[in-house]
Design a protein around this ligand. Structure first.
Ligand code: NAD
Length: 368
């Protein structure tokens, strides 16, 4: 018999809900994992091949990310089955149907994720008045435009200098995935004296040990071109970014891009995880054993959700950046110090920090 409660443990999930509305083309799953700290915030992901297991894993990751960031929010996630590139009218119909379906589930606040964007968040706001990542015109703080996550990564890098042999001034940086997260991380790190020596996107990779021009690369991407259209440097396949010797390597594209098959090729001192779950567990362990400092995803890339939480609470863009800086600085230091003192991997220290916070929050809730 199928084990209906296979995901259940002492933290959650609080609920798993199937949402279907055949006449409107809606097939979705919502997992509200843990709401001890407050209503859950998590993205709604649209992709053709999403399922309940992925949704649960992402919801749990949000529980830990929000707890580690000390937000007044628990973790949740939704997945909507569909091609994100479907015709706009159809997409609006599906997203609006999804918003209405979660309308009564007040402990879930919808955020953007892969396949959904600020326009989708505006539709959900229009339906139920409960979403984050809204366009500026209706009071949102456009987190990808301001580079909330990339900014947070640059703060994590600043702290990491005290725990490895990297000095930001002159540090060589390679960025896999020159999108919202990657290009802003490169921009903020360049402001701190680092040099971008390699960048990749889905089309390929460009490398120049003497330095790439970050604004010029960003302008290429904004014009719909690829980093391989950059006027100088050595061009290669997108996998070539793994081999580039550097001080800081930033995955900012897809999950599981570093595995036991390619981890030996990484030639860096610090891995700052911009993407979610970019390195498999065994590969991450191999890196740590080799003495590479790894700042785990749910610590390093929390800038986006912190920004979303500030927006939800009615804060400003300037306030959001200040809070991201304060939280990223404190949490990165706390995790790296624990890891160093106890001789454990940063991820283990981070999971402990987040787990303790969730459990403590749970003790404050009514039990009867
Ligand atoms: P994005 O779509 O803006 O950018 C992704 C970039 O990666 C694109 O330039 C794309 O061409 C490139 N890419 C895709 N596949 C690639 C591959 N195999 N090799 C190299 N490049 C590849 O996405 P984003 O918002 O920057 O998000 C990037 C990652 O960070 C995702 O995993 C996302 O879940 C995670 N993340 C994003 C935020 C945020 O604030 N946007 C916050 C936390 C985590």
């Amino acid at each position: 018999m199928d084990d209906m409660f296979r995901f259940a443990d002492e933290l959650g999930p609080d609920k798993i809900i199937h949402l279907t509305e055949p006449s409107l083309g809606l097939r979705a799953i919502l997992v509200v994992d843990n709401v001890a700290a407050g209503p859950s915030i998590g993205g709604a992901r649209m992709a053709p091949d999403v399922g309940v297991e992925e949704c649960f894993r992402l919801a749990r990751a949000m529980t830990f990310k929000n707890a580690a960031a000390g937000l007044r929010h628990g973790g949740g996630k939704a997945v909507i089955v569909g091609d994100p590139a479907m015709p706009p009218e159809e997409k609006e119909r599906v997203i609006r149907a999804f918003a209405r379906a979660v309308g009564d589930i007040e402990d879930y606040i919808i955020g953007p994720d892969m396949g959904t964007d600020e326009r989708c968040m505006a539709w959900t706001w229009d339906e139920i008045g409960r979403s984050v990542g809204l366009p500026r015109e209706i009071g949102g703080i456009p987190l990808d435009e301001i580079g909330a996550t990339g900014f947070g990564l640059s703060i994590a890098a600043e702290v990491a200098q005290d725990f490895c042999a990297v000095t930001l001034e002159g540090a060589h940086v390679a960025v896999q995935g020159f999108g919202s997260v990657g290009r802003h991380a490169a921009r903020f790190l360049a402001q701190k004296g680092a040099v971008l020596v390699a960048a990749s996107d889905s089309k390929g990779c460009v490398v120049d040990p003497s330095g790439l021009d970050v604004p010029a690369l960003a302008a290429l991407k904004a014009a719909g071109k690829s980093v391989v259209d950059y006027e100088s440097g050595t061009k290669g396949a997108r996998e070539a970014i793994v081999d580039v010797p550097c001080d800081i390597w930033i995955p900012a594209a897809r999950p599981d891009v570093i595995t036991m098959q390619n981890v030996e090729r990484l030639n860096t001192l610090l891995v700052l995880q911009g993407a979610n779950i970019p390195v498999t567990h065994d590969a991450e362990r191999a890196l740590v054993e080799r003495g590479v400092l790894v700042v785990p995803d749910f610590i390093a890339n929390a800038g986006g959700v912190i920004c979303a939480a500030v927006e939800y609470a009615g804060g400003t863009e300037t306030g959001a950046l200040q809070i991201i800086e304060e939280k990223l600085r404190r949490n990165t230091r706390s995790v790296l110090e624990s890891a160093q003192h106890e001789g454990i991997a940063p991820r283990e220290a981070a999971l402990r920090l987040a787990g303790e916070r969730v459990r403590r929050a749970m003790t404050y809730r009514r039990k009867f």
